[in-house]
Design a protein around this ligand. Structure first.
Ligand code: ATP
Length: 540
């Protein structure tokens, strides 16, 4: 195995203390005390030195890891020292440096308007935003030019501001799979019209729903290329959001990663699948509304898995897969929606393509990205629509180079895969090219971030699988083989199910156990491969 440059460097994130047991204290309880936990349900502490090694049985050196809040709840030898230990705070969601803002009117005590300003969507605690001089010329065009990395959108879009319609300026045809060059700031005569598929925004408590006509603008003319894969190309586009919400940039637009599939059925179905996984992780988009005078942060907790897109304070323990504490950062990029071309846009592009062919003004074949072909012939056929759907994501930087990384950072990257598995999701494409890094911390203004505090993310969920999808396929296969259904109630078995030799299972139970076992084995194989990719030992 090649050794990383930093191999000699020691881990800093280690469990450094042991909690002393009472010799007659008995075994540790099962299940263990809950203590304070992050929404991912994992053991959590506010810092590495608040995680302890503790004997499972007094005087026997079989250890496990517990947080100080678990120790406090267990209450063995704790209250004697409680005063010396500063009370453990609760885990807190950490928001990125504020970019999105809304107009607010600051009123005098008598209710008259004192002055109008813009305030971060993160609420009054963030204060009024520092004014960035407006670029008057570009501000008059609906399409922005905030392509620079310092204008990246790193906040979740509040549910009530998700675009219903995405108007796309794409004069070089990136959405058709053409190679778009940087520095081409022209406007298309007729922009391409897209509509949002995901997330579905639920109405707020007052019944006010998304009215279906919130228009936003995405500029791809001159958009820097972030990368390309075998199936897709990703540009950094400038997104102007609807309904008065703006980014604190010279023209109000923000930079987002725009992923588009190449023009084959296989590539497009991978993109749709990937969008579905992001949508599932994002969960429900609940329109909870804003207080128009104060601009309070919209508290939409989203679904059970939203934490995979969020940063939290402190560290988690992911034992038994990883024995060292890891930070509770976001695992995957923030999801800004999945959009498909409207019939109107598709028809217009088809017309334009035919006209271009007739007048010989069209691009030659050389103007398209080369893409890989699939074994299954059907997947190489042209897709139904010329225009690719668009997946909008947070731009997360550049691919990592494991040999240049320290062991703590590589462990953090491995933790992403484990955290996905804890949500019953396999990644199935865990390679350094799919792990991004950028300067951090993201709480600071972009100019103050450094690579001393790198921020990592795992991208490319095109091949991700979910335990439920896995079981569905297996159930279909069972039906094909045996001509009958596998009884539904067996679905109760979790993905960690294993077969014990001493239990007399029914044939159906055994079938379910085998399905679970296959998943568990695939998980172990994927984690081992990930360790190899990250140049890590197979354990620890
Ligand atoms: N959210 C993002 N932030 C920054 N760069 C990104 C992002 N998503 C993709 N990229 C860049 O684009 C490249 C291609 O993206 P991605 O891996 O998602 O495409 P793909 O076609 O699905 O890949 P593969 O060939 O592995 O299936 C990445 O390697 C990365 O450099």
């Amino acid at each position: 195995m090649p050794k990383p440059d930093s191999e000699k460097e020691e881990r800093k994130r280690v469990i450094g203390h042991t909690w002393l047991r009472n010799p007659d204290g008995g075994p540790l309880p099962r299940p263990p005390p809950n203590g304070k936990r992050t929404p991912n349900g994992l053991i959590w502490a506010s810092s590495v030195d608040r995680i302890y090694r503790i004997q499972r049985f007094p005087n026997i050196n079989v250890m496990t890891g517990w947080s100080i809040s678990m120790v406090a709840e267990f209450n063995e030898n704790y209250w004697e020292v409680a005063d010396e230990i500063y009370p453990e705070p609760d885990p807190q969601r950490v928001l990125s440096y504020p970019l999105l803002n809304l107009p607010v009117e600051i009123c005098q005590p008598d209710g008259t308007i004192w002055y109008s300003a813009r305030r971060s969507i993160q609420g009054a605690t963030r204060g009024l935003l520092p004014a960035i001089p407006r670029d008057v010329e570009v501000a008059t065009s609906p399409f922005g030019n905030s392509f620079d990395a310092k204008y990246k959108l790193e906040e979740l879009i509040p549910a009530s501001f998700f675009p219903d319609i995405l108007t796309v300026n794409d004069p070089q045809g990136a959405t058709e799979g053409k190679i778009a060059k940087e520095g081409a700031p022209d406007l298309e005569p007729t922009p391409r019209k897209y509509k949002r598929v995901w997330p579905v925004v639920h109405p707020d408590a007052s019944g006010e729903s998304s009215d279906g006509d919130k228009i936003s603008f995405l500029n791809l003319a001159g958009a820097p290329l972030l990368g390309r894969g075998n199936h897709s190309v990703v540009h950094r586009g400038a997104l102007r959001l609807p309904s008065g919400i703006e980014a604190n940039t010279p023209d109000g637009s923000a930079a987002v990663a725009v992923k588009m599939g190449f023009p084959t059925r296989g590539a497009r179905s991978l993109l749709a699948h990937e969008a579905g996984v992001y949508n599932q992780i994002y969960g429900e988009a609940n329109n909870v509304g804003f207080d128009s005078t104060e601009v309070n942060h919209e508290v939409d907790e989203g679904g059970r898995q939203r934490h995979l897109m969020e940063h939290w304070t402190g560290v988690n323990l992911l034992t038994p897969d990883i024995t060292h504490p890891v930070p509770v950062g976001a695992v995957v990029p923030k999801f800004f929606g999945y959009y498909v071309p409207t019939d109107e846009a598709e028809a217009a592009t088809k017309c334009a393509a035919t006209r271009a062919k007739l007048t010989k003004e069209g691009k030659s074949d050389g103007g398209y990205w080369k893409y890989s072909s699939y074994d299954e012939e059907e997947l190489n056929l042209p897709p139904e629509t010329i225009l690719s759907p668009i997946l909008l994501l947070e731009d997360c930087g550049k691919p990592i180079k494991p040999q240049k990384m320290n062991i703590d950072d590589r462990t953090e990257c491995l933790s992403f895969l484990v955290r996905l598995y804890l949500e019953d999701i396999s990644h199935s494409s865990f390679y350094p090219r799919n792990i991004m890094v950028q300067p951090g911390p993201l709480t600071k203004a972009p100019k103050d971030r450094t690579m001393q505090h790198p921020s990592f993310r795992l991208i490319d969920l095109g091949r991700a699988d979910h335990w439920k999808m896995h079981t569905k396929r297996e159930v279909e296969e069972y039906k094909r083989k045996h001509g009958k259904d596998l009884p539904e109630e067996r679905l109760q078995i979790g993905p960690d199910g294993y077969i014990r030799d001493d239990v007399d299972y029914t044939p159906e139970q055994r079938e379910w156990k085998t399905i679970a076992l296959k998943w568990a084995q695939a998980k172990q194989r994927e984690i081992s491969r990930a360790r190899e990719q990250l140049l890590m030992e197979m354990w620890g």
